[in-house]
Design a protein around this ligand. Structure first.
Ligand code: HEC
Ligand code: HEC
Ligand code: HEC
Ligand code: HEC
Ligand code: HEC
Ligand code: HEC
Ligand code: HEC
Length: 413
């Protein structure tokens, strides 16, 4: 067994060297870019967020922990949230068929079994989702990406059938560039067909929603600031703080604006652009009852009075894009109070009923968690799907939730 293994490793080593020599000679022969250079559709060069660490260390260190950064990563133990432990690593479709996640050599696999016999195994190459709600897994095959059948569902700490899948083991659901437009910073496509198989260049991907998604490709900025360390003003970089309200909203809405239909090729929209030039937007008044809480914070916010009656409210009024603030209810409430305090906007009609603790929690009453219709999965032993709970961005008055919060407050006293 040991001999077999070392034989296999030496074959792998030789193959790797051959592949590397091949790649290097190809790069040198072609008078195009040196290996590793990634440019967007407009020819602007990315620098990669690791370079930002040299001069913006604090922002960089915080950013590595955000759901944005973690939303796509190359598969590695530190990024996979689900369990590989025997007994906890499977999802059974019926008494005979199941899928297990297994560690084999240096890789991670989803393996289909029928009555205990292995049928097929596919490598987990990419993790999609920070794991706040759950994680799905992608595999490469001939420069195409496919979603693997089972997904980790965080709320239940269990493996489940991937959302939207019938109760059947499916290994061939293609991942399109639309998926990656919301879950990564850049992916070079070699074909652009939303319905047919789309191909990518695996070495030309920037995983995660990274700095350069929100600030634009920064190759020139890094180059300039590195060569001119004495200059302490910035060049060749976009700071959204200086863009208009609508430009700021459009940046976030490109991924948090629901299912938009593209009118231009993938990844052409860049921070500062007008979203409607790249997507078909629904400009009618949004109806909060019809909007799913998943993936369309912009639609729900736009329906809220806070948004309609204010001239400044954007996503950044409540969210600091560089930090992890989830769960910090008091901090979010303090942002409501920047507007809703004596002398400014109306204050809460419940203020006297609740007392001083009100300042710690506006959101459980006015932005409650609601089940998503789009993100619901089948858990083992359950016959109906379980939905993910997501904060509604329709800021409004919710009598049911108010009752629950008041009951909870009364119990505490
Ligand atoms: C060699 C140093 C250096 C590197 C590397 C660098 N920056 Fe900067 N950056 C600066 C300086 C200097 C400023 C101006 C002072 C400030 O705002 O901190 C700046 C400012 C900025 C600003 C604010 C611009 C404005 O107009 O207010 C952004 C955004 C920014 N950088 C993003 C990035 C990103 C993203 C990266 C990595 C891809 C990066 N920087 C890498 C030096 C650098
Ligand atoms: C390229 C697409 C993209 C852009 C642009 C984008 N987001 Fe996101 N955002 C995502 C995705 C995908 C997630 C889910 C990440 C996960 O949990 O895997 C997310 C998650 C979040 C979260 C939840 C964080 C948490 O801790 O759970 C907040 C808040 C958020 N985004 C705010 C913003 C704001 C504000 C902007 C604009 C400044 C913005 N996003 C721009 C794609 C994007
Ligand atoms: C229009 C943008 C958009 C598209 C397209 C999109 N997503 Fe998402 N996805 C989001 C946002 C935003 C979130 C998190 C916030 C929310 O639920 O509103 C999210 C959340 C997720 C999560 C849960 C992450 C976590 O842990 O919280 C997974 C897994 C996921 N998406 C997978 C996919 C896959 C696979 C595809 C393609 C088939 C896809 N998404 C297409 C925007 C998008
Ligand atoms: C989800 C979008 C998003 C991501 C990802 C992001 N930023 Fe920002 N960044 C912003 C926004 C929005 C502002 C302006 C905030 C405001 O209104 O003050 C900003 C401001 C800045 C500034 C100006 C100074 C400051 O502190 O406000 C710098 C520098 C900066 N970002 C660097 C980075 C770097 C470096 C990364 C990656 C490590 C990064 N950003 C990732 C959205 C983002
Ligand atoms: C940029 C300022 C601003 C911020 C920040 C803000 N609001 Fe508002 N909000 C408003 C304005 C303006 C109105 C409309 C007041 C009116 O009717 O005159 C409003 C209205 C409301 C209403 C009444 C809604 C209705 O349908 O009757 C509620 C409830 C509310 N806000 C709660 C919140 C909560 C909770 C937060 C924080 C999560 C928040 N607001 C953050 C400006 C803001
Ligand atoms: C008035 C304040 C406010 C505004 C404006 C706002 N948010 Fe939020 N957002 C919140 C609060 C509060 C939460 C819940 C945070 C928590 O879970 O602790 C939240 C959560 C989120 C989440 C995670 C949802 C979940 O349940 O996992 C996403 C994604 C998000 N916001 C995106 C956005 C985007 C995009 C915009 C702009 C279109 C926006 N938000 C505008 C207050 C706001
Ligand atoms: C226990 C639940 C609860 C909490 C906590 C709460 N609210 Fe309210 N709020 C309500 C209810 C219910 C109403 C409507 C009361 C009515 O119309 O009689 C309301 C009304 C409002 C209004 C509309 C006032 C008007 O005159 O039209 C605003 C604005 C508001 N709340 C903001 C806030 C803010 C900001 C916070 C946090 C500091 C907060 N609320 C905390 C339940 C709550």
């Amino acid at each position: 067994m040991k001999e077999f293994k070392s034989y296999r490793y030496s074959v792998i080593t030789i193959l790797t060297i051959v592949a590397l020599v091949f790649v290097f000679t190809r790069c040198m022969n072609k008078d195009t870019e040196p290996a590793g250079v990634i440019k967007n559709a407009a020819g602007k060069q990315f620098a990669g967020s690791a370079t930002c660490a040299n001069c913006h260390k604090n922002i960089y260190d915080h950013h590595l922990k955000t759901a944005h950064y973690l939303t796509t990563r190359i598969a590695a133990e530190e990024y996979i949230r689900g369990s590989f432990e025997n007994g906890k690593n499977t999802y059974a479709y019926d008494d005979e068929k199941l899928v297990a996640v297994e560690r084999r050599g240096n890789g991670f696999y989803q393996v289909e079994y029928n009555q205990g016999t292995e049928k097929t195994a596919h490598r987990i190459d990419i993790v999609i989702g920070s794991g706040t709600m759950g994680q799905s897994f992608l595999t490469w095959e001939n420069d195409q990406l496919f979603q693997l059948p089972i997904t980790y569902f965080t709320a239940a700490h269990e493996w489940s059938n991937s959302p939207g899948y019938p109760n059947k083991i499916i290994f061939n659901r293609p991942i399109t560039s639309r998926c990656l437009e919301c879950h990564s910073t850049f992916a070079k496509t070699t074909s652009n067909n939303e319905t047919g198989p789309e191909k990518f260049v695996p070495s030309q991907m920037i995983y995660g929603v990274d700095c350069e998604k929100c600030h634009g490709p920064a190759g020139q900025h890094v180059d300039f600031q590195s060569k001119n360390p004495a200059i302490q003003t910035a060049k060749y970089i976009i700071n959204p703080a200086r863009l208009s309200r609508q430009q700021n909203l459009d940046l976030c809405a490109s991924c948090h604006g629901g299912r938009l239909k593209k009118t231009r090729p993938s990844f052409e929209f860049t921070v500062g652009d007008t979203l409607s030039h790249f997507f078909d937007l629904d400009t009618s008044a949004p109806d909060p009852a019809k909007i799913d809480v998943h993936g369309n914070q912009y639609g729900l916010l736009r329906a809220s009075k806070c948004f309609r009656k204010s001239e400044t409210l954007t996503c950044n009024t409540c969210h600091n894009p560089h930090d992890v603030e989830k769960g910090n209810t008091a901090l979010f409430s303090s942002r409501c109070i920047t507007c809703h305090s004596a002398g400014h906007e109306k204050i809460c009609a419940m203020t006297s009923a609740i007392g001083r603790s009100i300042k710690n929690n506006c959101i459980d009453c006015h932005m409650p968690l609601k089940p998503s219709r789009a993100i619901a999965v089948f858990l083992p032993r359950e016959s109906s799907p379980t939905a993910a709970l997501i904060r509604s961005h329709y800021i409004s008055i919710y009598p049911g939730e108010t009752k629950q919060v008041l009951q909870f407050l009364n119990q505490k006293h």
